[in-house]
Design a protein around this ligand. Sequence first.
Ligand SMILES: Nc1ncnc2c1ncn2[C@@H]1O[C@H](COP(=O)(O)OP(=O)(O)OP(=O)(O)O)[C@@H](O)[C@H]1O
Ligand SMILES: [Mg+2]
Length: 227
Amino acid sequence: MADSDSMLAASALSHGYLPDRGQGPALVDVNLDLARGEFVALCGPSGSGKSTLLLALGGMLTPTSGRVRFDGQDLYALSGSERRRIRRARLGFAFQSMHLVPYLSAQANVALGDPGAGADRRSLSRLGELGLGERASHLPEQLSAGERQRVALARALAAEPEVLLADEPTGNLDPESAGLVCKQLTAYHDSGGTLLLVTHDAELARRAPRLLQLAEGRLVAAAPSKL
Ligand SMILES: Nc1ncnc2c1ncn2[C@@H]1O[C@H](COP(=O)(O)OP(=O)(O)OP(=O)(O)O)[C@@H](O)[C@H]1O
Ligand SMILES: [Mg+2]
């Protein structure tokens, strides 16, 4: 039923993590639709449900109720293996707690996202674009939090996903490194990617033509001045 322009959509999406312990819901009746190639920023206070929404949209958290449609397919009506296939082949994630492979260098971690010939060279160049050319041979444990976060972003971009879900990708970064991340995200969008970006960074959010805001699990009218 989704129109052909819809890339990723949530309808009546609600989620409660621990309702039997009296915890309030993390998401309440969220409806949103990202068109193919759209760039949307999502903001909201800590605890408002931003990461939960990204996990549900990315096929990693079965919501308590409601639906997620990826390119018209009902993600949670698919089998686990079909959902994983979509996740691997078509979705990219840059999440707050990013898991790099601990025994691979930064460059090798990025190359994991890129199955093509010449991945080593491209991975090095991606790291360079994010200000990490000098860190290519470092293991994750030898990197700072912000450096690891950028390696994870480089890995996600290396896979050239149709949709990229990014959770505060500049959260740990100084303004210069944040600028590099911003440039790569903009380039991803300019090349046709669909981007949903959680951010508290007003500079970054301003780049998005559409801004969404969550408050206590509900989508509310966006208020850019409150970023
Ligand atoms: N695994 C979990 N188990 C139980 N409750 C959780 C879990 N993850 C998140 N929550 C709760 O769900 C609510 C929404 O959390 P979420 O991580 O989505 O917020 P957020 O908007 O991403 O916050 P932040 O800006 O701090 O990252 C919070 O009240 C949080 O405590
Ligand atoms: Mg979060």
